[in-house]
Design a binder for this molecule. Structure first.
Ligand SMILES: NC(=O)c1ccc[n+]([C@@H]2O[C@H](COP(=O)([O-])OP(=O)(O)OC[C@H]3O[C@@H](n4cnc5c(N)ncnc54)[C@H](OP(=O)(O)O)[C@@H]3O)[C@@H](O)[C@H]2O)c1
Length: 330
């Protein structure tokens, strides 16, 4: 597994990250033993960046990771942790809290659940409109100085907020949705990250499985799942979007890889400091995703992919903030 540097100040992390969110909800029934086996298989495959949030399953995800990582040398993996989302019992999202005193409280609980004394990258999940980003990042900076946090990241903020945050403390990476079907980051965000020497951890690289090659229009979606409120999966849009996947499949077959691998490789090819997060919940999905980093795309390949899935071709975009506000995080 190659490594990539997130931000001019590091850290060097595996070129793919494992996103653990789906192991605590949002994508159907949970299987704790398989989730733990998947985390361990990822580490064996040298996918050592693991992304989580304190609100994934209201702490469930951090406890699961603590169990999966128990006994391993702490320096052998990187933990990227989001915080700030407020939830009610039952898991419904109720708001965001980026106040400095809340930051410290959130981290204290995360460290306890994760069974560690530091996190590698700590980030506010969404901008708190009542708290200047300078204040939130300033509070994390104090935690860096105290040794509890190694690097500061951001999640789903605009280019101006990235600049303001970076002026307080060097930002390692912005976590944002980026895929062949979600390319809004290209207009302002990516140029800003490149200019400032900030990395990106890209989520949604498979567009919630739509771009995986394993989805079909007839597949049932349980109420409350991510896909149940994603317009890209809605009747009328899904047929159009799956036609794009069919076009992509032809390129993948010529390249000798799967659709999911091609979609992941495309994101990885967009920049040396971009690390795709893989939302694998099973060893089978992980085993498909990991070799994607070895799929090297030529200019011809990129042109064919662009022809198959042109910029802006998908139907039914959903703002990430809108999506999160509808998600039952339990
Ligand atoms: N910062 C943020 O706001 C934010 C938001 C969302 C996610 N994230 C992070 O990004 C991570 C990735 O999640 P995502 O929802 O964005 O993932 P995604 O890659 O868009 O979709 C993941 C889904 O794709 C399906 N899939 C099919 N083939 C796959 C394969 N070979 N490998 C992996 N998945 C495959 C899986 O569904 P099945 O399991 O049903 O097969 C899986 O649940 C999360 O775990 C989280 O850490 C961050």
């Amino acid at each position: 597994m190659d490594t990539r540097i997130l931000g001019a100040a590091g850290p060097a992390v595996s070129a793919l990250g494992l996103g653990a969110m789906g192991m605590s909800g949002g994508y159907g029934p949970l299987d704790r033993a398989e989730s733990i086996a998947t985390v361990r298989a990822a580490l064996e495959a040298r996918v050592t960046l693991i992304d989580t949030a304190d609100f994934y399953g209201s702490g469930h995800n951090e406890l699961l990771l603590a169990e999966a990582l128990r006994g391993l040398e702490r320096g052998s993996y990187h933990l990227s942790v989001k915080f700030g989302m407020l939830t009610a019992p039952g898991g419904a999202y109720t708001g965001i809290d980026g106040r400095p005193e809340a930051v410290k409280n959130f981290l204290a609980h995360s460290l306890s659940r994760l069974g560690t004394d530091y996190v590698d990258v700590y980030r506010l999940a969404r901008l708190d409109p009542r708290v200047p980003i300078e204040d939130t990042v300033g509070a994390i900076k104090e935690l860096v100085e105290a040794g509890y946090v190694r690097h500061i990241g951001l999640s789903e903020v605009d280019a101006d907020t990235v600049r303001r945050a970076h002026a307080v403390h060097p930002i390692s990476d912005l976590q944002i949705e980026y895929s062949l079907l979600s390319r809004t980051a290209e207009a302002e965000i990516l140029p800003t990250l490149r200019e400032l020497g900030i990395g990106m951890t890209a989520y949604g690289v498979l567009s919630r499985g739509l771009l995986s090659g394993h989805w079909d229009a007839g597949r049932a979606i349980a109420p409350g799942e991510w896909r149940s409120f994603d317009p890209r999966f809605a009747d009328g849009n899904i047929e159009h979007n799956l036609a794009l996947v069919t076009a992509l499949r032809a390129v993948a077959e010529d390249k000798g890889c799967t659709v999911a691998q091609l979609a992941i490789a495309w994101v990885a090819a967009q920049g040396a400091a971009i690390v795709p997060l893989i939302g694998a919940r099973t060893r089978e999905r992980l085993a498909e995703a990991v070799p994607a980093i070895d799929v090297k795309l030529t200019d011809d390949d990129l042109a064919r992919i662009e022809q198959a899935v042109p910029f802006g071709a998908s139907r039914g975009s959903l703002q990430a903030s809108e999506a999160l506000s509808q998600l039952d995080l339990a």
